[in-house]
Write a protein that binds this ligand. Sequence first.
Ligand SMILES: [Zn+2]
Length: 442
Amino acid sequence: MGALKLGRHTARAPLVGALKLGRHKACPYEDMMAAPQPAPLDRERIAAAAQACEADMVRFLRDLIAIPAESCHEGPVVERIRREMKQVGFDEIRVDPMGNLLGRIGSGKKIIMMDSHTDTVGVGDPNEWSWDPYKGKVEDGFVYGRGASDQRAGMASLVYAGKIIKQLGLLGDYTLYVVGSVQEEDCDGLAWVYILKEDGIRADCVVLTEPTNLRVYRGHRGRMEIEVHIRGRSCHASAPERGDNPIYKMTMLVREVEELNTRLRTDSFLGKGTVAVTDIRAMSPSLCAVPGACTIHLDRRLTAGETRESAVGEVKALAGAKGAEVEVLRYEQPSYTGLAYPMEKYYPTWVLEENDPLVQAAVSTHVALHGKPPVVDKWTFSTNGVGSMGIMGVPTIGFGPGEEDVAHSVKERVPIHHLVEAAQFYAAFPLTYVATLRNFRG
Ligand SMILES: [Zn+2]
């Protein structure tokens, strides 16, 4: 409970005063600014150390961008990250049988795991890009390229946070694992189910470094991949009355799914659950034949309170689904090491309460570094949190460099100052987390 060393500019007191002037709370975390901060952090030293790493982080980030690594092909990028971890002084670095990279610092009681997935999506049509997606162009304070925000930048900041922790002696009663996970773009959460079940690490919390624009995110909607199959009877298309055309039945179901989407529930924080038909295909011996079967693919986004059972049940209850088969798909692709770890494509919704110690620790870290609370929000897209918290129940939170809305686009980029600020956050977080838990207990 030492005094927070805020350096020369103690912006905290006047800022709290200003916030308290209003009748309404400006932010649910304002009280935390008035409360004693849990960990003595020298924010100026951390800021200076992170700033001194800027050029190295940019160089490392550009190296990572230059290594194409779609899901199941992460081997070379994992090797490149391993080299950098070794160079900056991680205590132990290993690669698990699935191919996830685990860099450890410290050996204290609380197990803090920070994740950056090592795969990226592809580049699509190369003509759509105005620059080489694998060059890591540096311009106007940004680094551009595939993976710049999603999420090579997270890894660059994490590895250098490790260096800063060592350099400034920000060690405590914690063990930090910096994880480079695999296959997130193909099957979010899979690597974390594996790590938490098979690697023998009992995590107290997980920090995801997917892009949040330097905000603290505490959840997102879940999702499912569902297919609905309707069978008919094929016949020569010159005499369709001899068969039973499943496409006609499916069109009725498609209309019902469209209508189902309008009545799905809404959550005030996460937003609305959605369902969309994203593919339709028929199995036919020829384009001159009535097909024997028809399938639709459903992209289902799950809000709070929606589960695998409720989502499947709603589809089965549609009149057009009578006699249809509703299937939740499975992911079975082996990792780059050849290990297959099959999982159903049900990625549960997860949300951490605002007053959870992990959210409070993240807010305290931001206050300690910047003298003001961060925006606390949620992702629109899905992340590995569906595995770490949605399936495995480990408290999970997000804080990352870059903007979510440029991910997977030809405009992908990350502001260089985000690399520096994220490294500060990751370096400062572990001690703040340990102190916050102590405060909660005592
Ligand atoms: Zn991502």
